[in-house]
Ligand binder design. Structure first.
Ligand SMILES: NC(=O)c1ccc[n+]([C@@H]2O[C@H](COP(=O)([O-])OP(=O)(O)OC[C@H]3O[C@@H](n4cnc5c(N)ncnc54)[C@H](OP(=O)(O)O)[C@@H]3O)[C@@H](O)[C@H]2O)c1
Length: 242
């Protein structure tokens, strides 16, 4: 059996990913988010709010069960938030903490417990952290988001280095999915123009149907999972997956 643990499966890329993984009869998916929208005999859901770190700490032991002779184990830290689109100086005081909890602290906890729960299994283990181009360049209005994705990239690079030093069968990726037609993009397009200078560019991408669809992105991520050994970069963009 292949076992997938995917955060943020209620909509967007995560939902498309869970559905793509479930197409393989030999797959069991555990999804984690506040809402659930998938019903399937091989899908299990855990209702967790990843911005509530205390609750996550108290419940994370429920995420990873004992597995019998797994063929492959995959963790996809997909859940993410942009937070308030506004300049530093006009944000609510808890915005940075909120964005970092969901985008960095929770993924780090999922990676840590995943590796410790399944270190005794020698099958391929794959961790995919959903990153963003925003982690590589400053986007005004998105400071917390940019910083959180940069942190996720470094978390991924460091984790892969540690696994390589230990000669484990673990691959870690920080993948930027491109601009995808999800609720996150709707949120971005609703920002105030004086708090986000690139708003017209993002509105135009939608008007011109230039956004990628979540199912296309999910299909490429499945290729990454199935051919993980042929990808040597940790941090990379989805257009490198053919
Ligand atoms: N869409 C893009 O253009 C784009 C570009 C670059 C990177 N990304 C990255 O790709 C990933 C997926 O984005 P998306 O566009 O698919 O986003 P989305 O449509 O907004 O979906 C986000 C998912 O994350 C979950 N989530 C959000 N806050 C949560 C919380 N506090 N606790 C638990 N789950 C939470 C949501 O579930 P609930 O609301 O049910 O909890 C939902 O399932 C994110 O990491 C994002 O940063 C997206």
């Amino acid at each position: 059996m292949n076992y997938y643990f995917i955060t943020g499966t209620s909509k967007g890329i995560g939902k498309a990913l869970a559905e793509a993984a479930l197409e393989d009869q030999n797959t069991i998916v555990t999804g984690i988010s506040r809402n659930v929208s998938i019903t399937h005999e091989r899908y299990h859901h855990l209702h967790l709010d990843l911005s509530d770190i205390t609750a996550l700490r108290n419940n994370i032991h429920k995420v990873y069960p004992e597995l019998r002779e797994p063929d492959k184990i995959v963790l996809i830290n997909n859940a993410g938030v942009v937070g308030e689109v506004s300049y530093i100086g006009s944000q609510s005081t808890d915005n940075v903490e909120f964005v970092f909890d969901v985008n960095v602290v929770a993924p780090a906890m999922f990676m840590d417990t995943f590796l410790s729960a399944y270190h005794h299994h020698n099958c391929p283990k794959i961790i995919i952290n959903m990153s963003s181009g925003a982690g590589k360049r400053p986007v005004d209005g998105w400071a917390a988001y940019c910083a959180s994705k940069a942190a996720l990239d470094m978390l991924s690079l460091t984790c892969q280095k540690e696994q390589d030093l230990q000669k484990t069968n673990v691959k870690v990726f920080a993948l930027s999915p491109g601009v995808v037609d999800t609720a996150m993009q709707t949120h971005i397009r609703e920002a105030e123009a004086d708090q986000f200078s690139e708003i017209e560019k993002f509105q135009k991408l939608k008007e011109e149907n230039a956004l990628e669809q979540p199912d296309k992105v999910a299909a490429k991520i499945m290729t990454l999972v199935n051919e993980a050994d042929s990808f040597n970069e940790v941090v990379f963009r989805i257009d490198l997956i053919k």
